[in-house]
Design a protein around this ligand. Sequence first.
Ligand SMILES: Cc1cc2nc3c(=O)[nH]c(=O)nc-3n(C[C@H](O)[C@H](O)[C@H](O)COP(=O)(O)OP(=O)(O)OC[C@H]3O[C@@H](n4cnc5c(N)ncnc54)[C@H](O)[C@@H]3O)c2cc1C
Ligand SMILES: *[C@@H]1O[C@H](CO)[C@@H](O)[C@H](O)[C@H]1NC(C)=O
Ligand SMILES: *[C@@H]1O[C@H](CO)[C@@H](O)[C@H](O)[C@H]1NC(C)=O
Ligand SMILES: *[C@@H]1O[C@H](CO)[C@@H](O)[C@H](O)[C@H]1NC(C)=O
Length: 585
Amino acid sequence: MAPRRGGLVVLFGLALLGVAGAKTRCRLGPGASHTGCGLPDELANFQGYHECADAVQVGKPATVEEVQEMVKAFPRVKAAGVGASWWTEQFCAGDDANSINIVTTELKSTLDFMAAPVDPKQWADAGGVPPDFPIQVDEDAQTVRVAAGITQRRVLDYLAAYTHWKEPAGWVLPAPAWFQDQTIAGAVATAAHGSSMRYSSLSGQLRGLKIVLANGTLLELSPDSNRHLYLAAGASVGRLGVLTEVTISIVPQQNITRTNQEMSFQEFAQQIKDVQDAYNAAKAAGDEEAMKAALYQLDETQAFWAFPSAIYLRADFEHLARTPDSVLLNAFPAEGEPGVQALSEPVAGVVEQVEKEPVAGLPRMLNGIAGWNSFYINFCRTHIRNGTFPSRQAYISMAAGETAFTSTFAPYEQLEVAIPLERAGSCLMEVGNEVYGPQRLWEGFRVPSLTRFTTQEDYYLSPATDGPLMWINMEDYLSRSSGVPNDKFHKVVSLFRERCGARLHWGKAGWPEHAKCFDGGKEYPNTWGHFGCAVQELDPQAKFASEWDGWVWAATRDGAPVPFASCCSADGFDPACRLAPRTGC
Ligand SMILES: Cc1cc2nc3c(=O)[nH]c(=O)nc-3n(C[C@H](O)[C@H](O)[C@H](O)COP(=O)(O)OP(=O)(O)OC[C@H]3O[C@@H](n4cnc5c(N)ncnc54)[C@H](O)[C@@H]3O)c2cc1C
Ligand SMILES: *[C@@H]1O[C@H](CO)[C@@H](O)[C@H](O)[C@H]1NC(C)=O
Ligand SMILES: *[C@@H]1O[C@H](CO)[C@@H](O)[C@H](O)[C@H]1NC(C)=O
Ligand SMILES: *[C@@H]1O[C@H](CO)[C@@H](O)[C@H](O)[C@H]1NC(C)=O
């Protein structure tokens, strides 16, 4: 079949059904979130606007061994989940037929489970969980081991139903992401997050992983096995290889009381400023208890900012396990915590892409700003109404039907900024002055922005690597429907970047516009060198470099340029070296 115009896009939907070359659509049914496929095909490489070059091949391995064969066989490789990340350059392995995106949702056991979810009760009746089953709960270690391509939603549903052994209430991921239909490895790879000052991102909740390296070797890592490579691989954006399995912390489900308060934008900004001041004063005094007490005020908090009406809806969560003592200044597991259990020719499963039309624009998005604002704010209100619910329901998340609806309703771009908590309140006030000033920047927004918080974690590429964060997720619903750039929206993002030192989410849009000429040494001054050394060690031929031009490293020693590799050891980047500024961009 000759390559046709189009993206990996389509193909994912089809690939999930094991069908190549026919236009098919996965259905979302009530009860079962996905029938017969990992995700509706509309979600694949989100809404069809972020395509790879036509010639890029698609790998649909049925086993981990086939993943290893494919990685070895191709010079340019990138792992792919369901393409929910809005960023072509980072997502695509390359631009020619020597490039392959390897889809993790096609492994047989993953596909079987996604097509027909299993109630764990059946294992209780049958006398145990089969060893090749893609979700393995270890109640004693309080971890779950999950195959890369299983979606977060399915992990959560399975854990909640895992009530037939030691924990009658079932289990839950301690701090899941709001969106649940991404693959679990895609979430870990991009440090996707919910809101937690104890567990931080999905990377922060990680306890071990398996990754296929450039030479096809399957490497297992845990916090205790090789701290340096583990800190690199735990949030690696596909740059070090293909994750095939992740082990993540779980906690028992419990009753969680959610309360929702509405306030003005100014009031919310003042609340954040008060936390910022308390945190900074405690930090300056070296008082860790007071630092934790400050962070506790935002632990698990999630808040929607309705730009047009300058209102914030703030949701907070209370439960027995949430106390000031439960806050961690760093989510990285202490030494000795349980890690993961020990454990040229045409390549089968490689196919070409299939065309799919992107989601059509919705011109009425451009008008009636007040109407859209109240439509969405009411939607948010129902999501965070007061009440007590089991963990699986208590935290704010997108229902399967909402994922299906929003993915086809109107085209949009989602991007998220990560602002150091140390300046988060001042930042909101300063940016707010511009948003509500003469430029009327609020006019660039239709859908409320979700604000969340995570504590520090040591993964080299985690945006929280240098301290706790306030995250603001923003959606541009105008540019795709109008055909012209949404300048007011982008102005707000630029303000967060320039005035507040915000980093960008690795699994979302905005990099081509807001991180052009990304200089890792500037954005991640303390860890970019370490990550570069892991790349040097595991992928010196740059097989996993993708189409992004930002994966570059240069170093100096005693002020003179030296080969970057000469600054690397088994522990990472030599502190006697310095990262050199990026040049030629
Ligand atoms: C509607 C919507 C809402 C969202 N909400 C949230 C949210 O609440 N919180 C949040 O943090 N994020 C959110 N996201 C972002 C999303 O969690 C990330 O983009 C996530 O990476 C998507 O997973 P995926 O399986 O689609 O990965 P892809 O888009 O397929 O891949 C994303 C990146 O991860 C890498 N990757 C994927 N799988 C692997 C693997 N097995 N091994 C190594 N690297 C891999 C890819 O190479 C790529 O660089 C949202 C996305 C959408 C579409
Ligand atoms: C949650 O509350 C309900 C109703 O009071 C109760 O039946 C249930 O056991 C509680 N669950 C947990 C895990 O405490
Ligand atoms: C929800 O609870 C909060 C805190 O108790 C309260 O201020 C608010 O009015 C309640 N909201 C509703 C709709 O009852
Ligand atoms: C593959 O690469 C890893 C990391 O560089 C190395 O440790 C391993 O020995 C290599 N395996 C083979 C078979 O070359």
